[in-house]
Design a protein around this ligand. Structure first.
Ligand SMILES: Cc1ncc(COP(=O)(O)O)c(C=O)c1O
Length: 366
């Protein structure tokens, strides 16, 4: 059986190496995974307690509209509940956006290099992905505005950008929006929003409320530590939600995920602590990299893309043999960089110590 012809250009997602496989391969007891921008502190203990409540309902389909989570989240975001759309991870919201709004032959603008799911979904819909190179690791909004034409339907802005961690600020975004024509949707993917500490970061929710061209994506997979549950959401004009509900699977946000997300929202101090720990971790990485004379992109996410000055694959392998899994820049379009997720203070210490060994640098001073 031959698949749709457009699928020939669609890459298969390459997951990071699984922990157990690395342990076996290298005969290690301890492996630290800093490859997928997950929360090293897990999730709020309130989530564990909350899940018990669902025990009696495993045989019952979830409510796809997630009414309770919708109400609670809407109140926290100060928007109407009808402005929300939930997905099986924000990955699925990306997919639904492409499904709903792209027709074959249309175009979609995104950065090169950015989160790869935008391109994948655009290609699956038989559309052209117009990729505008980053400038110093930052979205080139001028270049992206110039790339928009009458065929363009969606522009994707990953803010902070994965894998560089850089942001575009409120002023830059406002200037960009002035150049965007009426027929184009601008999707602001804010998967790492809760980690951002830069005050110049845009207030995207106010933007959504006054501009129906704007869609904001967020997730419970990152700072809330619920990646395994698969739950993310989009905030957008209710007319867009109504259209997307035509393509949404009836039970796409599962019962446990909805319950876990509600419990996670109930523990803002966990989120605050993770944000603070993350910032400390980023600052520690930055201090050490400066000391070693290595460059990196300034990150507002929970990861850092740093230039090792060597083939990324060699550094990746060296760290792997020492029980540390990072993301090789080779797979991300940065052949001498690695992307490392900020871990716990102990994991960060081990990472820096082993990176020093792999790169032949002096041991970190703490
Ligand atoms: C920028 C960005 N958007 C979206 C996602 C998808 O997150 P999820 O589907 O787990 O909500 C990720 C995951 O790494 C990401 O980095």
């Amino acid at each position: 059986m031959k698949s749709k012809s457009v699928l020939q250009d669609v890459p298969v997602y390459q997951p990071g190496k699984p922990l157990e496989e690395v342990k076996q391969e290298y005969g290690l007891d301890q492996v630290i995974k800093l490859a997928s921008n997950e929360n090293p502190f897990g999730c709020s203990p309130k989530v564990w307690e909350s899940l018990n409540v669902e025990r009696d309902f495993f045989a019952i389909y979830p409510e796809g509209e997630a009414p309770l989570l919708r109400r609670e989240l809407a109140a926290r975001l100060d928007i109407g509940p009808e402005w929300l759309l939930f997905g099986n991870g924000s990955d699925e919201v990306v997919q639904m956006l492409a499904r709903t709004f792209l027709e074959p032959g249309q175009e979609s603008v995104m950065a090169d290099i950015t989160f790869p799911r935008y391109k994948t979904q655009v290609l699956i819909e038989g559309c052209k992905a117009v990729e505008v190179p980053l400038k110093n690791g930052v979205h080139d909004l001028e270049g992206m505005a110039t790339a928009i034409n009458e065929k363009t339907r969606i522009v994707w802005i990953c803010n902070p950008n994965n894998p560089t961690g850089t942001i575009i600020d409120a002023e830059e975004l406002a200037a960009f929006m002035e150049k965007v024509p009426e027929h184009v949707l601008v999707v602001l993917d804010e998967a790492y929003e809760e980690y951002v500490t830069d005050p110049a970061y845009p207030d995207s929710l106010s933007l959504v409320k006054k501009d129906p061209r704007v869609v904001v994506l967020r997730t419970f997979s990152k700072i809330y530590g619920l990646a395994a549950f698969r739950i993310g959401y989009g905030v957008m004009d209710p007319s867009l939600v109504a259209e997307m509900n035509r393509v949404r699977e009836p039970f796409n946000a599962n019962r446990l995920a909805q319950r876990a997300a509600r419990a996670a929202l109930d523990d803002p101090s966990f989120v605050d602590r993770c944000r603070q720990e993350n910032r400390r971790g980023i600052e520690e990485f930055e201090r050490q990299l400066k000391e070693w004379g290595l460059s990196y992109f300034p990150s507002q996410g929970n990861f850092l893309l740093l230039d090792t000055g060597r083939p990324a694959q060699d550094v990746f392998q060296c760290l792997l043999s020492k029980g540390i899994i990072v993301r090789s820049g080779a797979a991300l379009g940065y052949p001498t960089h690695i992307r490392v997720t900020v871990g716990t203070p102990e994991q960060n210490r081990v990472f820096l110590a082993q990176l020093a060994v792999c790169l032949g640098k002096p041991a970190p001073i703490r």
